[in-house]
Design a protein around this ligand. Sequence first.
Ligand SMILES: [Zn+2]
Length: 366
Amino acid sequence: MKIINIIRELEKKAPLAFQESYDNAGLLTGSPEMLCSGILCTLDATIEVLKEAMEKGCNLVVAHHPIVFKGLTKITGKNYVEKAIIYAIKHDIAIYAIHTNLDNVLNGVNFSIAQRLGLINTTILSPKNNQLAKLITYAPIGTAEDITQALFNAGAGHISEYSECSFTVNGMGSYMGSAQSNPTIGKPGVKQFTSETKIEVILPTYLQSQVIEALKNKHPYEEVAYYVIPLLNEYVTVGSGLLGEFSAPIDEMELLTLLKDHFNLSVIKHTPLLNQKITKIAVCGGAGSFLIQAALRAGAQYFISSDIKYHEFFDAENRMVIADIGHWESEQYTTELLFSYLTTKFPNFAVLKTAINTNPVRYFLG
Ligand SMILES: [Zn+2]
């Protein structure tokens, strides 16, 4: 099996188009055409993890964090990033990063946090905009069903929990082909009226080219009339953070204990407790302070994240408890998420989890 086969499956779960603009997800070293000898899943592709991959016979490291985040202008091994890259290239190890694109999908990083806490009714806290379009096309009556199915198969027609969504209406189309045309119905140079079905489907813009290709392959006309219109709708299943609920209200102290136990925490930094029972909470694995306002707007009573700065804790304003559980700690189950996904997709292939704790932070508790 080639590395590209594994990448395709990873990008079905978390398309690269869903990563944030500042991110650098994707294949960082190695070639997609390399034959894969084994996969090692990790949060960080540090040199220790790359050495572990070598020892365990894995030439693909699937990491959450891209070890190369900014452009490298020199690769001389003067820091840990350059050292890791040099090691990976020397030993033919492919590094694939699945970062904010995995944060931004419903069953991604935040879902693995929500699962540990037993949250229900999970929804994206801050859905993405400018990711959806509407395709309108016209087909001779009798061909619309097959065409619509081809559009669905190419990824169009999904709205939240519903698939194969479309709208059709019958009407009259007109056209006149030039002398060089070869119309399926009618003759060149003669104005033609044909009973047609107008088809409308929604699609994520990252799938536009494959949906249009499917349309052109299925449509009987020489020249297919279609319009792709950008939508202002939020993409409710793609975006940052997750909102969820406990099935029964939980005491604030009980929640702190739950976090401590489920995430093996030695310390939790949090704002003053508000003496209330908690039902609705927001979570964001990794640095999540950019979502504090969204969590407040959504009515979250608790926001669990990491890398919150001193002044950002003030933003809770006694309306919500902000709990910083640590960056590595909040994302530690992402390795398991990648491992179980890849094991399901490639049950007879060597998929492993790192045995190394890559957390660079230690706590001195006195
Ligand atoms: Zn992170």
